[in-house]
Write a protein that binds this ligand. Structure first.
Ligand SMILES: Cc1ncc(COP(=O)(O)O)c(C=O)c1O
Length: 430
């Protein structure tokens, strides 16, 4: 468990890393910064003691790597493992396939040679972007709840400035509220669309408002689209890349982990203006020195149009069924509120009426229901918890959660459902 790691002399570490390490020590209690990991590790421990645990904490759509990818990885194993290294920016054939896909899907011409970098997961692209772009003290607007964008900001010595999105307005990204936070130190806005953890899919209007703000105040935009195309109900997916007027200030970041269930390949990429991609290349050159050729070669067939379209349609159909089941069941529990996500594999139910911190709530679910879920606090969204719908046993998990939550006393009246969560409220006895 991270919390029980031996304490070492921390003074030698850079202050931003010391802060992170200190937060890790407290993580089992506070859930910050990565309480999801704590819950998963607790679940694995219970599993090793013989408990049947269903894992719905990590954001996984499925663990089945597509057969075309496995075949290609196997076919090129010898040649790719023993041949020469790829350029630091990534294997040319893969970057060409990425550029072709971007043009096909979003109508945007990308120079594969200068405007794309392949990294180890999209998380690495996100860190590289911060490292390449930020000077100490530069401010980055991070709407919350959020995936961990603030941590690479801090590691790169930038300053996250949080903008709390309103659940009552369905987490609307209102450009006027972003504008209020801009100072002369603001350099970047982070967006996640479709949104982890809430499942929101941003509208063209929200995106265009933020694009205009970026132009007016000379800001950059990081558009995380690792759940791109994962939209329910046939609604078209509109990424920020559709807005041509921000091309010189936009970095779009994507991953093979979610769409193609390839999280163990650790493959992601960023598409952006050549000057920024070159800055990220500098960081990659003197850190990882590039990504294994074998994995890059193996990934190419996933980007084939016919394969991708079929794969995504199948994934959406499967997850939509799980989403509808989960939303219906969970909303039948007194005190729980969950809106139907517009995209992603994620649900983000509100639980503040139970008067528990989200970390305590997830520990309770683990003990009582044998289901591992993610605490909202890890995503700056206490008063909520996150369920990933990808498990083969998702309906059983939802049934177990429903039964366990029905046993919880309500601490707050229905009218005060949005009252602040008190982390001090004790756990129900077992
Ligand atoms: C919104 C978002 N961005 C980035 C990542 C990182 O994914 P990876 O590094 O596997 O590409 C995740 C993983 O859960 C995510 O949800």
């Amino acid at each position: 468990m991270p919390a029980s790691r031996p304490k070492r002399r921390r003074e030698v570490l850079a202050s931003q890393v010391q802060d992170l390490a200190k937060a890790y020590d407290e993580m089992e209690k506070t859930g910050r910064p990565f309480g999801t990991l704590t819950i998963v590790e607790m679940g694995r421990k219970l599993e090793s003691q013989g408990r049947d645990i269903i894992f719905c904490a990590e954001s996984i759509l499925s663990t089945q790597v597509p057969q075309v990818v496995l075949d290609e990885t196997g076919r090129t194993f010898r040649e790719a493992s023993t041949g020469s290294e790829a350029p630091f920016l990534g294997l040319p054939e893969l970057r060409q396939a990425i550029a072709g896909r971007f043009k096909r899907l979003y109508g945007r011409e990308v120079d594969w040679n200068t405007e794309i970098i392949v990294t180890s997961g999209s998380m690495q692209s996100e860190y590289y972007l911060m490292a390449a772009l930020l000077n100490p003290g530069d401010e980055v607007i991070v709407p919350t709840p959020t995936f961990f964008f603030d941590i690479p900001v801090k590691l790169a010595r930038g300053k996250p400035v949080y903008l709390k999105l309103d659940p009552e307005k369905n987490y609307l990204h209102d450009a006027r509220r972003f504008r209020d936070l801009v100072t002369n130190k603001t350099k970047l806005i982070t967006l996640c669309n479709p949104h982890n953890p809430t499942g929101r899919v941003l509208t063209e209007e929200e995106l265009s408002g933020i694009a205009q703000l970026a132009i007016d105040r000379d800001l950059y935009i990081m558009h995380d689209q690792v759940y791109e195309r994962m939209v329910y109900g046939g609604r078209p997916y509109v990424p920020m890349a559709k807005f041509h007027e921000v091309q010189d200030r936009l970095v779009s970041i994507t991953s093979f982990s979610k769409l193609f269930n390839m999280m163990n390949y650790r493959l992601g990429y960023a598409i952006g203006p050549a000057n920024i991609i070159h800055g990220m290349e500098m960081v990659q050159s003197f850190s990882s020195m590039g990504i294994p050729v074998l994995l890059q070669k193996g990934a190419i067939p996933a980007l084939n149009k016919g394969f991708e379209d079929r794969h995504i349609a199948d994934t959406i159909a499967r997850l939509q069924k799980a989403r509808d089941y989960a939303v219906r069941k969970l909303n039948s529990v007194d005190g729980m509120r969950v809106s139907s996500p517009e995209g992603t594999n994620l649900l983000f139910p509100e639980i503040s009426s139970f008067g528990m911190s989200s970390m305590d709530f997830c520990k309770y679910l683990l003990r009582e229901a044998g289901v591992a879920c993610a605490p909202g606090i890890a995503y700056h969204g206490d008063g909520h918890f996150r369920i990933s719908l990808g498990s083969d046993r998702i309906e059983e998990a939802i049934d177990r959660i429903t039964t366990a939550v029905s046993k919880l006393p309500r601490k707050v009246s229905k009218r005060d459902n949005r009252a602040r969560v008190k982390a001090t409220v004790s756990m129900p006895a077992r």
